[in-house]
Each structure stands twice: as structure tokens, then as C-alpha cells.
Write a protein that binds this ligand. Structure first.
Ligand SMILES: O=C(O)CCC(=O)C(=O)O
Ligand SMILES: [Fe+2]
Length: 304
């Protein structure tokens, strides 16, 4: 089934934007954003930079290979449930992107222009993220600076570039998860994303891939004390050409704890999540809690 995709138009007036975001987050957990100000040449530059990176030789990519989830730049493969050669399924490069001067020298300097193209997109997408962060907190009646005041200097911005090869048959290339971020801004060159409709417990495919999709992450679920839920999604891809997606994860600074907003807890009479930082998430990811069958990160935050 094809998913309905709510649209938020950033050229609308602020009240309308905030209302649309509230509706989209309450009912769906994702939306498409239009009139976001990121030009198509910047978006296409980033997608082609990703494609060119994955075209490098295995040896060149292996230089960045690491299982250490705390590495600011790392390459890896897998993410699906395929038996055997998971490399045929998904590869990724993760890049820390804020403050960008702290990390840019660690980013791959090959292929030619990779840094330049990705940096340009990173700068634009971070600006968009700050605009969205204001609207998210306004939509929760927390004011416009509740998040941005904390994200301003060293808010985490992690970019994951995913590469999915052409495949005759659609395969589960990235298994079901919600993102740990406050929210994620997703850019892609081909369809292949699916979102879980919790009401009917069915996977719905996002058929459009032009523009930018915004996903509610676990830390927005925490901040909102459960009013907004992190959207469960996966990549299920088959097609004639390779698929590139670029996920931009936006969060508080590494060690800053995200907690349910006190005003919302007071309304609910109950705090539903414990506080946690991105660093706590990374430790969760690296720990045995994360073995299959165990709690997901957000489930672990509901227990305290
Ligand atoms: O490739 C996609 O469309 C989804 C990527 C994703 O969910 C992620 O990187 O967290
Ligand atoms: Fe994701």
C-alpha cells in the first residue's frame, strides 16, 4: 500500500506551518517539506557525491570501515536481514557534521569534490533543521527556542549516506527501526522507504522521493512525552539503478540529556520516559541490550 504523505509548506505563514506540523506529527510521524530553500543542485550534488563515494574501490572504502559507533566518520555494510552477503544489500558512510570545522578534515577526501558537495548540503540542511526545530517546539506550545537554544552551538548533526545497489527483486535492505534523533531529514534519489502504520500494523511505501521527508525521532517522542511518536521505518529496495538516501539526524549536544518537557509532564500527570543523551544512545547501541529480541532504544527509555 502507498502511504499518505502530509505536506508542510515553509512558505506558508508560521501559524499554518505549526498547525500542519502538529497534525502530521500527531497522526503520521512524518511529512514532506516543500519550499525549504535547499536548491536542487545542492541536493543532487550531495546524492551524486554519495554515489561517487560508493563507486570507490573496496580498498579505498575499507579505510573508513569501523564497528565503533562512536567514530565521527565510519563506513559499514549491512542493516538488513539477508543471509550471506549482506554487502549486496546496503552500505553506508556516517559523518559527524556539526560543528563542521571540527570534523571536515576527517571526511573522505576522495572522490574528488565529495567534501565540497556534502559540506554544502550539510550547511543547508542544518539551517533547515533549526527552522524545523522552532516549529516543532511551537507545535508543542513550548515556544520557539526550547530546542534551538540547546542545539545552536554544538547540537549533534550526523549525516548517514546509504547506498543500496540495483536489485531484480526488492529486498529488505535496512530493517525496521525508529531513529534516535529528535528528527531526521531524508533525501533520496529513488523510492524504497516504508513506514509502519501502527493502527493497522502494515508497511506503507513512500512512493514519492522528490524533495525532503522529515521523520519524527525517538528524542522528539521523549520531549513531547509521547504526544508525537517516533516513526518506525525500513528500506525495502529493488530497482534497475542503485538507490542513495541521505539521512540527516539532528539532536541535542552529545552529552545533553533529552527529557520530557516539564510543561507536558504536568499536563499528563506522568513522565513517560527517562532522560537520555545521544551518548547514552551510542552506549545502548554498543551494548548487549541491543541484541535482536531485546528492547529497542525507545522501549528502554519507557522503563525506569
Ligand atoms: O534509506 C532510507 O530511505 C532510510 C534510511 C534510514 O532510515 C536511516 O538511515 O536511518
Ligand atoms: Fe532511519
Amino acid at each position: 500500500m502507498t502511504a499518505y504523505v502530509p505536506v508542510v509548506d515553509l512558505s506558508d505563514d508560521q501559524d499554518e506551518i505549526v498547525n500542519d506540523i502538529r497534525n502530521a506529527c500527531t497522526n503520521y510521524g512524518y511529512f514532506k517539506v516543500i519550499n525549504h530553500g535547499i536548491r536542487s543542485d545542492v541536493r543532487e550534488g550531495a546524492l551524486s557525491a554519495g554515489e561517487d563515494f560508493f563507486d570507490l574501490s573496496e580498498d579505498e572504502k575499507m579505510e573508513y570501515l569501523s564497528n565503533d559507533v562512536e567514530r565521527p566518520v565510519r563506513y559499514g555494510t549491512g542493516g538488513g536481514n539477508l543471509d550471506g552477503d549482506v554487502r549486496s544489500c546496503r552500505e553506508f558512510i556516517k559523518l559527524y557534521a556539526n560543528p563542521i570545522e571540527d570534523y571536515i578534515e576527517m571526511w573522505p577526501d576522495e572522490p574528488e569534490g565529495f567534501r565540497r558537495r556534502m559540506r554544502k548540503y550539510a550547511k543547508h540542511v542544518r539551517r533547515l533543521a533549526m527552522t524545523l526545530a522552532e516549529a516543532f517546539t511551537e507545535s508543542l506550545d513550548l515556544g520557539s527556542s526550547h530546542l534551538t537554544s540547546q542545539m545552536e552551538d554544538d547540537g549533534m548533526h550526523v549525516i548517514t549516506v546509504n547506498g543500496y545497489p540495483a536489485n531484480d527483486e526488492p529486498v529488505l535492505s535496512l530493517s525496521a527501526h525508529s531513529d534516535y534523533s529528535i528528527f531526521t531529514i531524508l533525501l533520496m534519489n529513488n523510492p524504497g522507504l516504508e513506514v509502519l502504520d501502527r493502527d493497522v500494523d502494515e508497511w506503507m511505501s513512500i512512493s514519492e522521493c522528490d524533495g525532503l521527508l522529515v521523520l519524527v525521532g525517538d528524542h522528539l517522542e521523549v520531549l513531547s512525552n509521547g504526544r508525537y511518536r517516533g516513526v518506525v521505518h525500513r528500506a525495502f529496495y529493488g530497482g534497475d539503478e542503485s538507490r542513495i538516501s541521505i539521512a540527516s539526524f539532528h539532536s541535542l549536544p552529545l552529552y545533553t540529556k533529552m527529557k520530557p518537557a516539564p510543561a507536558l509532564v504536568a499536563e499528563d500527570n506522568k513522565k513517560k520516559y527517562r532522560s537520555s543523551s545521544v551518548q547514552d544512545f551510542l552506549e545502548f547501541l554498543a551494548s548487549a541490550n541491543n541484541i535482536s529480541g531485546g528492547d529497542t532504544y525507545i522501549e528502554s527509555l519507557r522503563k525506569y
